[in-house]
Write a protein that binds this ligand. Structure first.
Ligand code: TMP
Length: 214
């Protein structure tokens, strides 16, 4: 976080990506990168990251008959985030440990803002209330053509509540990610994952080298 992180040198990194963009594989690579440098890294995820927030995750992701309103979805994302921040992310950063979160608030702007169409001013209010100025120091966004990513994600088996959305939902989601990547260019790195794994790893290494080693 920009303000509180300045208390120490611990950094807050987020990983974002379109469905089927290869987040899990890249996460393993990133873990290896930090292990090699002997920088202790707490890897966590959203929605989730604590037992209570993981219960909220199950509520959010499990497909159900009952319609879940967009506002409820938004509030639950931030409820999980508030718990995650207080119980896990902030204590780690304050103790000097680097944190990597598999998704964070950029996902809310992208999915609830872009995908669902919620006004970004509403998201911003919750962001301020819950994060109190905390922003990631680095965000890696894994980008892939929607159809290719969805085909990969859908090949994995049962679909969660988000994976069941139509292609245009993901188009809007991706548009917001890319807009934010431009708006917050100092912390965002967009990585095209529709390439060989070696090329993807090379781009991630470059981004991390620049961030970690200056
Ligand atoms: P994932 O573990 O595959 O990233 O799944 C989490 C899903 O939750 C993914 O479809 C994106 C969605 N999501 C939101 O809609 N808003 C958010 O704020 C976050 C963190 C995730």
């Amino acid at each position: 976080m920009k303000q509180k992180n300045n208390m120490g040198s611990a950094k807050f990194i987020t990983l974002e990506g379109m469905e089927g963009a290869g987040k899990t594989t890249c996460l393993k690579f990133i873990r290896g990168y930090f292990d090699a440098l002997e920088i202790p890294l707490l890897i966590t995820r959203e929605p989730g990251g604590t037992p209570f927030a993981e219960e909220i995750r199950s509520l959010l992701l499990s497909p159900r008959e009952e319609k879940v309103s967009d506002e409820v979805e938004l509030l639950l994302m931030f409820a999980a985030r508030a718990q995650h921040l207080e119980q896990k992310i902030m204590p780690a950063l304050q103790s000097g440990r680097w944190v990597l979160s598999d998704r964070f608030t950029d996902a809310t702007y992208a999915y609830q803002g872009g995908g669902r169409g919620i006004d970004s001013a509403d998201i911003e209010r919750l962001e301020q209330m819950v994060q109190k100025g905390l922003q990631p120091d680095l965000t890696l966004f894994l980008n892939i053509p929607i159809e290719i990513g969805l085909a990969r994600a859908r090949g994995r088996g049962e679909l969660d509540r988000f994976e069941q959305q139509e292609v245009d939902f993901f188009e809007r989601t991706r548009d917001v990610y890319l807009q934010r990547a431009e708006q917050y260019a100092s912390r965002f790195v967009v990585i095209d994952t529709n390439r060989s794994l070696d090329d993807v790893y090379e781009s991630i290494s470059q981004a991390l080298d620049q961030f970690v080693k200056g």
